[in-house]
Design a protein around this ligand. Structure first.
Ligand code: TAP
Length: 498
């Protein structure tokens, strides 16, 4: 262990002892037969032992969530009262910022700096932003032209109401932050919510549920079910008492969830993967583009749905870009997320590391040139050294498949329209960025790029007010902004004759 490693807070150790499984109706559920160790990716050591929910417990969690909705424990409060609770929730998260950041880093693997700034920092901003929507749920009046019976007058309006029980299924890359992306719009709309974190990373979400109670959220309004995707996740998606399913994860599972939700006419939103391009035009500032690529490609070891993973670079800049990118990566140090000096950290699991390495092996077999990163620590942890793949072609799997790891594929181009067609030559369409000093060219390209978000001279810059989601196989629906709130509501049309 490095001597710069952060010591664990005593609250974190106490929480790891206390977190024993699903959190339903304001307390940890009774033990089940299936116990799973939750691991620290930097060492492979167990952090906590968690009981996985069985079907009965999943159903109990949905019943608790539904009860709190039907009994109006939350939605019965005035919007201003609910806003105050959510703002207090943000304050409490902020008070526990270091504890939450350590929990996230220990369980997910990412740098403590990222956990502090992004997982906790962005989450606090997001909770405050969404709390504000609680008092801004609006319908509208409409001037109708109904002519029968003759002489009758009408007053017509729409009533925006909470959709009911929301089930959120979240992945392992930003467990706490993505859970909050599901929880907050639901709560702001007056819904009750049950979250299923990934079994690999359930800890921070459990701590959030404890803190929500402290903030004054009534029991049963925010439940957490820890259970396998194939059973607990599938059951939530198909449960007849769930009114909306919101999922972030792989396209394959997203499709299953969409089908299951439609079967009982639940609404759903899916935020799925991306094979996100960064397009570097001939006039771009190459140093800024390299700096941007490091952040866009290596944040959380590339385990980010919006990460850039294919870099279309004008041939004039290709070699310089690759050399500078590789040079910067070679200087980086790899180590545990709890070591503040480590710039790169382990990926989430042994299983995911194997998946990344097999993608890499395939890229080599297909002829990509491998510019290797620094060596990985001699450790049981799930480390992958970052790699720049140069001279990748559009046909290679490295340019087409989501790897979700620190593998950056650089593809040269000669003509901008040729590059644009390669950018759009993907089943996925989550996000993209254009790097140029030519504003007119950027403005021409923005509407042509098939993606839910397009950035110019920046990448992976999210804000709670900017809707986020994908087109094509990257999903349906939008998170953030008014759109996220409205997606947790249903519209009732009212027409009064007088
Ligand atoms: P998924 O299998 O999609 O897992 C995401 C969540 O869905 C987890 O909570 C998982 O539970 C649950 N789940 C799995 N099967 C389910 C089912 N049949 N019904 C309902 N829920 C189910 O992702 P993964 O296996 O962890 O990663 C595979 C790939 O997905 C990654 O390599 C990456 O390409 C992509 N991915 C994308 C994102 C984002 S942000 N878009 C995030 C993570 C992964 P358990 O894990 O507990 O089984």
């Amino acid at each position: 262990m490095s001597d710069t490693m952060l010591p664990r807070l005593s609250e974190v150790n106490a929480f790891f002892e206390r977190a024993t499984g699903s959190f339903v109706d304001g307390h940890y559920a009774a033990a089940t037969d299936q116990v799973r160790e939750v691991l620290d990716p930097s060492s492979g050591a167990a952090l906590a032992k968690i009981c996985l929910a069985d079907m009965a417990l999943v159903d109990e969690a949905v019943a608790s969530t539904k009860r709190s909705f039907q009994h109006r424990h939350w939605r019965g409060l005035s919007p201003a009262q609910r806003e105050r609770v959510l703002l207090k929730f943000a304050d409490i998260i902020e008070e526990h910022a270091e504890e939450l950041a350590q929990i996230e880093t220990l369980n997910q693997g990412k740098s403590i700096h990222i956990s502090r700034a992004v997982d906790v920092g962005f989450s606090v901003d997001f909770v405050r932003y969404m709390a504000g929507w609680t008092t801004k749920v609006e319908g509208k009046t409409t001037d109708v032209s109904i002519g029968m019976p003759e002489g009758a007058k009408f007053n017509a309006y729409t009533l925006r109401q909470p959709v009911g029980v929301v089930a959120g299924i979240v992945p392992w890359n930003f467990p706490m932050m993505i859970a909050l992306w599901k929880v907050l719009p639901a709560l702001a709309a007056g819904c009750s919510v049950v979250i299923k974190p990934a079994t690999e990373t359930p800890l921070s979400v459990l701590r959030l549920a404890e803190l929500a109670l402290e903030a004054g959220l009534p029991r049963g309004v925010f439940n957490v079910v820890v259970g396998s995707g194939s059973m607990a996740g599938a059951r939530l998606a198909s449960h007849p008492d769930v009114n909306k399913v919101t999922f972030t994860g792989s396209t394959e599972v997203g499709k299953q969830i969409g089908h299951a939700a439609v079967d009982h006419m639940a609404s759903f939103s899916l935020e799925l993967g991306g094979k996100n391009p960064m397009l570097v035009l001939a006039d771009a500032d190459v140093d800024a583009a390299v700096e941007g690529a490091l952040m866009a490609g290596l944040l959380n070891q590339g385990q980010v749905c919006a990460a850039a993973s294919r870099f279309y670079v004008h041939r004039d800049l290709h070699d310089t870009f690759c050399n500078k990118l590789h040079g910067a990566i070679s200087q980086m140090s790899i180590g545990p997320g709890m070591d503040p000096n480590a710039q790169l950290n382990p990926v989430v699991s042994h299983r995911h590391r194997q998946s990344i390495l097999s993608h890499l092996q395939r890229a080599e077999q297909e002829g990509a040139r491998v510019l290797s990163g620094p060596s990985i620590p001699d450790s049981e942890g799930f480390y992958v050294s970052p790699v720049v793949l140069s001279n990748v072609t559009q046909k290679m799997s490295a340019a087409r498949e989501e790897i979700f790891g620190p593998i950056l594929s650089v593809i040269p181009f000669d003509d901008v329209d040729e590059a644009l067609s390669m950018v759009n030559d993907s089943d996925l369409g989550l996000a993209a960025s254009v790097w140029t000093n030519n504003l007119s060219e950027a403005m021409r390209l923005i509407p042509e790029i098939e993606a839910g978000t397009v950035w110019v001279n920046t990448h992976v810059t999210l804000d709670a007010s900017l809707p986020f989601g994908g087109v094509k196989q990257s999903g349906i629906g939008r998170e953030f902004g008014r759109e996220a709130l409205e997606a947790c509501t249903t519209l009732k049309s009212v027409c009064i004759a007088y």
